[in-house]
Design a protein. Sequence first.
Lengths: 79, 148
Amino acid sequence: VATILFFGRLQDEVGASRLTAALPDGVRDAEGLRSWLGREHPALLDPAVRMAVNATFCAAGAPIAESDEIAFLSPMSGG
Amino acid sequence: MIRVQAEPFDPGAELAAFTARLPDAGAIASFAGLVRSASDGKDVSALELEHYPALTEKVVAAIGQDARARFGLADILIVHRHGAMAPGEPIVFVAAAAAHRRAAFDAVDYAMDRLKTEAPFWKREHGPDGARWVEARDADVEDRARWG
């Protein structure tokens, strides 16, 4: 199973900061995971939400596997 | 050098230690950001700063390296807190050492603009109406755009 993390306001919108999921056969890249989870949690489809795989920012086409830690990041603000 | 930590820190002590390490720098500029006691006209009782340790440290380090290269710094220090903090407590401290003042001023300004818009931290303010997430403002994004 893959570990999926949610940061910022996404935690309220998804109702969790972390979940684990077996990836369906058709879900092989970051965008695929976003579309799949986005059906239940439309907040994830916001283009301002970035993604990271194993703590590295990733592009839409980045491959994902069951052993990965995948993060959905709502807009960031330090300082 | 960068540090992302839960523990409170003293900006004055950080600046003194940084300056002592760099007797030949010529110019040192610094900035300290503090937790506000009010935000959009509402009292803030506490600020919670969430982060994603592995990613946050990588991004903050990259911002430090970029500032160092871009402004030809002798050194840069970024200290950033995470976790719960009270109004008035320091959240962030940046100090830059360079041969001349302009590079030092600009490097601190640049690093703060990038931290405000790109560093993986998420802020939640607690106040009389409960908790609310705070994201970068349009002005922060415009400030960041000045640097290309």
